[in-house]
Design a protein around this ligand. Sequence first.
Ligand code: HEC
Ligand code: HEC
Length: 334
Amino acid sequence: MSQSVVVIGILAVAGAAVLAFLFANASRQRRAAENVPPGMRPGYSDEQLERSVLERYMAWGVVLTLFFAVFFPVYWIREQSRTAGAVEASFVSQVVAGEALYVENCSQCHGGNLGGGAAPSPYDPESQWPAPNLSNIVTRYADNRNVTDIEQFIIRTLQIGRPGTPMQAFGGQGGGPLTDEQLNDIALYILTNQVEETEEASAAADLSGEQLYTDNCLRCHGEQLQGADGDPARPGKNLVGVFQRHSEESILGILQNGILVPTGAVMPPWQNGYQEQPYTDEALQTIIDYLREQQPADALPDEGGTEDTDEEEGAADDGGADGATDEPSPSPDV
Ligand code: HEC
Ligand code: HEC
């Protein structure tokens, strides 16, 4: 940089000298011609045209050439750092705006520093509905089969919320108060404040399948596995007859990866825990065993009549909204 400063200095001095010469020359000629009206002043002689006039034009050419030869590179060098600075400034202001929006709209549930929290359940105000930790959401979804673009996933979640859970819609699309730009800012704030750790997966060996179901699944799938069929507001699907619809292996896959539904009702993934404590496959298997125990005999694949299958699939498709579901009553638990 100092080298170019020296070069510019020298060029500036040279340019100033040329300019000074030109001005002195011009004012000398102007003074001589001042007494003659402009129209009667003699034109340049051939000798002048070939010498001083030509030299003057050439001198101007040199000055301008030097000027641009210096101006463009210097401008170009500065422009790069200027645009980089501007991009960074707008990024920083987006993240700052995102943080303010987060504190105002999200921190009461997701915690002051994205660390997670809870909100009262809409179905039982006494019990708390966990609001996931957002500070490790990138790591939690890194291996997820359903989520390939975590930024889009966050923005989509903000746009439509999670119907049936305390997570409301924030985007205009879902009737929320925030603009797309504000949602982007919030997503950017979340993504720039990530830690890489998740909790160690727990085998939850000391917890029964029933306990695990009560802690993690009941709030969406209901006390008797009936989900939205028992309470249309609940997001979860009826799990009676689930073994007729899926193999045990694919149920494990569902528990690991969750299910993303365009309407926003989400079956969360338990592979890396959308909660504090992720579960190992053994713990998930304990839950699957519990689901099997809770099935009425005729809702299991081998014995189940085709009649039941039809009913349950119909119920599953319309989320029980028409209430036309005479489920075989699930065996009462507890
Ligand atoms: C009233 C409490 C509440 C508020 C306010 C709230 N959330 Fe949530 N949020 C939740 C709950 C509860 C869940 C989990 C829903 C479920 O069980 O699937 C959730 C889920 C999420 C998820 C999905 C997390 C995952 O691991 O899949 C994201 C992302 C999210 N919220 C972001 C936000 C942001 C950003 C805001 C503020 C604009 C916000 N939430 C405001 C309660 C809230
Ligand atoms: C935040 C609410 C929520 C929680 C918590 C939840 N689920 Fe779900 N679950 C859903 C929704 C919504 C669906 C239906 C998705 C769809 O439409 O395909 C579903 C679907 C399922 C399915 C597939 C059912 C089928 O017939 O296709 C299984 C199995 C399941 N959940 C098991 C569980 C288990 C076990 C737990 C606890 C570890 C659990 N879910 C926790 C919301 C939830």
